[in-house]
Design a protein around this ligand. Structure first.
Ligand code: BGC
Length: 479
């Protein structure tokens, strides 16, 4: 198993004794390309910190460091019912979230559907119609009605880089996670949804546009006061934390400098200048063939949308060199994005024979047990690098803010479903932050913010309405 930054060398213990010498050599070569040592992790994290600071300093920096107008963490006493919509990378989810206060259990009714590929690459009108259709169906199903003067509050979780002049506004900088929808980039996504709702006459009032990272942090903080950061390790990757207004030089505001402000880092874009991240030829292919080459460099090396694809490209390389699946027509292996990150989780989790069958099903060819062992090892190599890189961003935020303990509330399929992510991430974080090796406990712990988007959007909507009622309308546009 991978330990402290050193991918295991080709020792007898890795189960690859039976493979050819050529394949063994190639595996060593791949391991070396994907290995991120402790020293390298530290260098990446230092550069990360510089980019975080630059983003707070000035507009137009590589990391957007978007102010969110979420002024601090919730008390846990927020109450009320809120409709939320979550446009993630894979699914569209509509929820009715009832907050009960006193950091208590939250009641959620929800409806989710997978986003059809045609939506992801279509036009703005089709996207908003699709969302409004889902909302309308949900309102009907749950018999949610309101009159025009008393519309239901809606929180919109929009998990893309949007700069926010107000909490109920979000100008999309660029699509990420393979989305390529015409007519939204450079525009206010909240305004477009608001118009679509009005056109359909739905009794909803968009109160807040929320990034999923801010949602995860706030949802977690509602119950857990030790929350320090909200992070997504899913289809995409990113994190949010709380800054003081006085430490955001680019923000011109009359708010007192000690006012807390949640920041959506948008750190999937880290390393776009390509000076520190250890990119392999596979990472370069992924970037070149993506709808937005040159963007989201860090995300393309570490997030769930890409791990399966990196694995596929490495496996394809081995196949084309005649080292695996020899004499077979592995044409499926040539189809971009055919292998999902779930396969990598399964390869590390399931018994060898089950993995072999799964590979045969995915690739439509015969797979030997030795080839399955190779696939297992590749899955380990790709996922280990991803988890270790993911620790760099969180370490950088902690160092910049002088945070030494607390909970990082994480959501996303990689964090929640990959069997080894948490362990590898924690180990790498300890290496970067020089935690003692014989520690009894980890000072910074990854906790689960499952359902952060729905609950977070609801709690943020509640916080916003409370602010409006209290007469504090800084950064609030509507009303
Ligand atoms: C988006 C972020 C989002 C992250 C996780 C990235 O592609 O730019 O806004 O938080 O994915 O979903």
């Amino acid at each position: 198993m991978a330990r402290r930054g050193h991918l295991p060398s080709q020792s007898k213990s890795n189960g690859l004794e039976g493979i050819s010498l050529d394949l063994r050599d190639e595996m060593i070569n791949i391991e070396n390309q994907f290995n991120v040592t402790s020293e390298k992790l530290k260098r990446i994290s230092e550069r990360f910190e510089e980019e975080l600071r630059e983003g707070l300093e000035k507009e137009g920096s590589n990391l957007s460091m978007n102010v969110t107008w979420v002024l601090g963490l919730p008390t846990g006493d927020e109450t009320g019912s809120y409709v939320t919509i979550d446009l993630g990378g894979t699914n569209l989810r509509v929820c009715l979230v009832s907050l009960k206060g006193q950091r208590e259990e939250i009641d959620i009714k929800q409806q989710a559907c997978r986003l059809p590929p045609t939506i992801k690459t279509g036009d703005a009108e089709t996207l908003w119609d699709f969302i409004v259709d889902s909302l309308e169906e949900f309102l009907k199903k749950h018999q949610l009605t309101a009159n025009r003067n008393d519309r239901l509050p809606l929180g919109f979780c929009f998990s893309y880089p949007a700069s926010q002049d107000y909490i109920d506004h979000g100008k999309l900088k660029t699509w990420t996670k393979g989305f390529d929808i015409d007519g939204v980039e450079g525009e206010d996504a909240a305004g477009q949804l608001r118009d679509a709702l009005a056109k359909r006459g739905l009794p909803l009032e968009l109160v807040a546009l929320v990034n999923d990272t801010t949602g995860a942090m706030i949802a977690s903080a509602y119950k857990d006061p030790d929350t320090i950061i909200g992070a997504i390790f899913g289809t995409g990757c990113n994190a949010a934390y709380v800054e003081n207004v006085g430490s955001i030089p680019k923000l011109k505001t009359s708010l007192p400098p000690e006012t807390p402000m949640a920041i959506n880092c948008e750190y999937g874009a880290f390393g776009n200048a390509h000076c520190v991240l250890p990119r392999t030829k596979y990472d370069i292919i992924i970037d070149d063939q993506s709808p937005r080459p040159g963007e989201q460099t860090f995300e393309k090396m570490s997030a769930g949308l890409y791990l399966g694809e990196i694995f596929r490209l490495v496996a394809l390389d081995l196949y084309e060199k005649g080292l695996i699946f020899t004499g077979q027509n592995a044409s499926k292996l040539k189809e971009p994005y055919i292998l999902e990150t779930g396969l990598l989780s399964a390869l590390e989790n399931d018994p060898l024979e089950a993995c072999r069958i799964r590979l045969e099903e995915c690739l439509g060819i015969k797979v030997t047990l030795d080839e399955t062992r190779v696939a297992h090892r590749l899955a380990e190599i790709v996922a280990t690098r991803g988890a270790r890189l993911c620790a760099c961003g969180i370490a950088a935020i902690c160092r910049m803010k002088g945070i030494t303990s607390g909970h990082v509330a994480a959501d996303g399929t990689v964090a929640n479903k990959h069997p080894k992510f948490k362990e590898r991430w924690t180990e790498a974080l300890g290496e970067i932050l020089d935690w003692p090796k014989d520690r009894r406990e980890d000072p910074i712990i990854l906790t689960s913010a499952e359902d952060g988007s729905g609950i977070g959007a609801a709690v943020i909507s509640a916080m916003t309405l409370y602010r409006i009622h209290g007469g504090n309308t800084d950064g609030i546009q509507a009303r």
